[in-house]
Design a protein around this ligand. Structure first.
Ligand code: F3S
Length: 80
């Protein structure tokens, strides 16, 4: 499973970083990104972190966290 955050949809609520600090971090404006691959969505989520990822994914109030069985390509708005 791969993930990335759509920055335009993130309202900087902070829940993802609270739920999965190993996967999510904030930029200087408080907008979240996936820190394992700098939000490219090309590094598989480690199996040991999947439970935390699912918790973060389902907690995001705006649906800004994308997930896909395949690596994401160039743009942040690519849907799985
Ligand atoms: Fe943003 Fe959603 Fe995380 S609003 S801070 S991506 S939980």
């Amino acid at each position: 499973m791969y993930t990335r955050v759509v920055p335009e949809q993130c309202i900087a609520c902070g829940l993802c970083q609270l739920k999965a600090p190993e996967l999510f971090e904030y930029d200087e404006e408080g907008v979240a990104y996936v820190k394992i691959d700098n939000n490219h969505g090309t590094t598989p989520i480690p199996a040991a972190l999947m439970a935390k990822f699912k918790d973060a994914y389902t907690s995001c109030p705006t649906g800004a966290i994308l997930r896909s069985a395949h690596p994401f390509t160039s743009t942040a708005t690519d849907a799985p």
